[in-house]
Design a protein around this ligand. Structure first.
Ligand SMILES: Cc1cc2nc3c(=O)[nH]c(=O)nc-3n(C[C@H](O)[C@H](O)[C@H](O)COP(=O)(O)O)c2cc1C
Length: 174
């Protein structure tokens, strides 16, 4: 996917964990997060989670992520992240809202595992490439996002699946 940097890998038993506040600023990153992304804890705490954003991730996937978690729903998403020195690594992320004892959302939490390689290669990379190309082809960010969201919606409608069903089915099929 990336034109620069090398792909990095983590162990199939490893879980990359991070937590954020309501604005997506990092409040916690486990050792596996720090070691794969090449950061020290002090460099990421308080930073926006986009510190590891890879430029080739479609914006519409992050919109879907934020729409889900801010309205109280969990989401699973395939994400490519960028390390401090420009390498990249793929994850299957599970992102959930955290709640205080009154049930109010007070932050977010993400666990990430090694994704299935075939799914990344056959399904996710081609889909994300199309989405990103569309996002880049539009004169402004808003139209690009709308077009990319529509591409995803049409793709899912063609399969007669919701996003959640789509993610669950490709995993079952792998
Ligand atoms: C708990 C949590 C985990 C996140 N994990 C990632 C991640 O691993 N990689 C990433 O690029 N964005 C992640 N995000 C989304 C970022 O907050 C942000 O929306 C994304 O990087 C796009 O940034 P941008 O809109 O500034 O381009 C996460 C957000 C939350 C709340």
């Amino acid at each position: 996917m990336s034109t620069s940097g090398n792909e990095r890998f983590f162990d199939k038993d490893d879980i990359i964990v991070s937590k954020t506040d309501l604005k997506g600023r990092l409040t916690y990153a486990n050792d596996i997060f720090l070691s794969i992304a090449d950061y020290k804890e002090a460099e990421v705490l308080g930073q926006p989670h986009s510190v590891i954003r890879h430029p080739e991730m479609p914006r519409a996937i992050f919109k879907l992520l934020w729409d889900s978690i801010s309205s109280g729903r969990e989401i699973f998403a395939y994400v490519v992240n960028q390390t401090k020195f420009g390498d990249y690594y793929w994850v299957l992320a599970h992102v959930t809202p955290s709640r205080d004892n009154k049930g109010e959302i007070n932050g977010y939490h993400s666990n990430r595992r090694v994704p299935d390689r075939q799914i990344i290669q056959d399904t996710i990379i081609p889909m994300y490439r199309k989405m990103q190309k569309l996002e880049d082809s539009m004169p402004n960010r808003k139209d690009g996002m709308a077009a990319s969201e529509k591409l995803l919606t049409d793709f899912l409608q063609g399969k007669n699946q919701s996003y959640d069903e789509f993610i669950a089915r490709i995993q079952q099929a792998a």
